[in-house]
Design a protein around this ligand. Structure first.
Ligand code: MG
Length: 205
């Protein structure tokens, strides 16, 4: 469901996007990756786990203070994400917005950033393939935080980098955890569908 309220970018200094499902659709085999991470954990720690997300597994490794294992998990995630990266699909309305943001009332001086659960290589490669890498100034990926969405840490990192306040930024994502992360950081957040509809209406008129 999308909200029928007009989006306003007035006063926004930074526009932040999730990656997968928001700018592009990744073609990674998430199911096999999740299984690989689960068996790695079980073999390494000899403990059964029953988590429903990669972030939950990684959080458990962080809790154990095992930075080396965490890095190996990041490597595995990166490998799965990059494996099928040539099969990425761009989300054309988001790409249109990014290429024409002044048409939507975005200030010339506004910056763009990515806050994603994907690895940094995947973010950079995906944006490069979509021809929009140079539009972005800052990236927070899987490796850059130790508390993942819906925790607000990545957005707080973005606020800190740009030296701006929560009300100066706006965040778009495709999942409930994106909106929760936004609300946990006190940042105005929308489902990407809201922006997609906004772009379609703009193109119609
Ligand atoms: Mg997403």
């Amino acid at each position: 469901m999308t909200r029928k309220i007009p989006l306003s970018f007035t006063g926004k200094k930074v526009i932040v996007f999730d990656l997968d499902g928001t700018i592009v659709r990744l073609a990674a085999d998430w199911h096999s990756l999740f299984k690989a991470l689960t068996s790695r954990f079980t073999e390494k720690y000899r403990e059964a786990i029953n988590y429903h997300s990669m972030s939950a597994i990684l959080s458990k490794i962080v809790e154990k203070g095992d930075e080396e294992e965490l890095q190996l998990n990041f490597n595995l995630i990166r490998q799965y994400e990059l494996e099928n990266i040539t099969r990425n699909e761009s989300i054309k309305e988001t790409i249109f917005f990014l290429n024409n943001k002044e048409l939507f009332g975005v200030s010339h001086s506004a910056n763009l950033a990515v806050f994603s659960l994907n690895t940094r290589s995947t973010i950079l490669k995906s944006l490069k393939m979509a021809g929009i890498l140079d539009k972005f100034e800052f990236f927070v990926g899987r490796e850059d935080v130790r508390k993942w969405k819906p925790e607000p840490d990545g957005l707080l990192k973005i606020l800190d980098y740009f030296k701006v306040n929560a009300e100066d930024i706006i965040y778009f994502g495709d999942s409930e955890i994106d909106l929760l992360a936004g609300s946990n950081a006190g940042v105005e957040s929308y489902y990407i569908d809201t922006l997609i509809n906004h772009v379609r209406n703009m193109k119609k008129s």
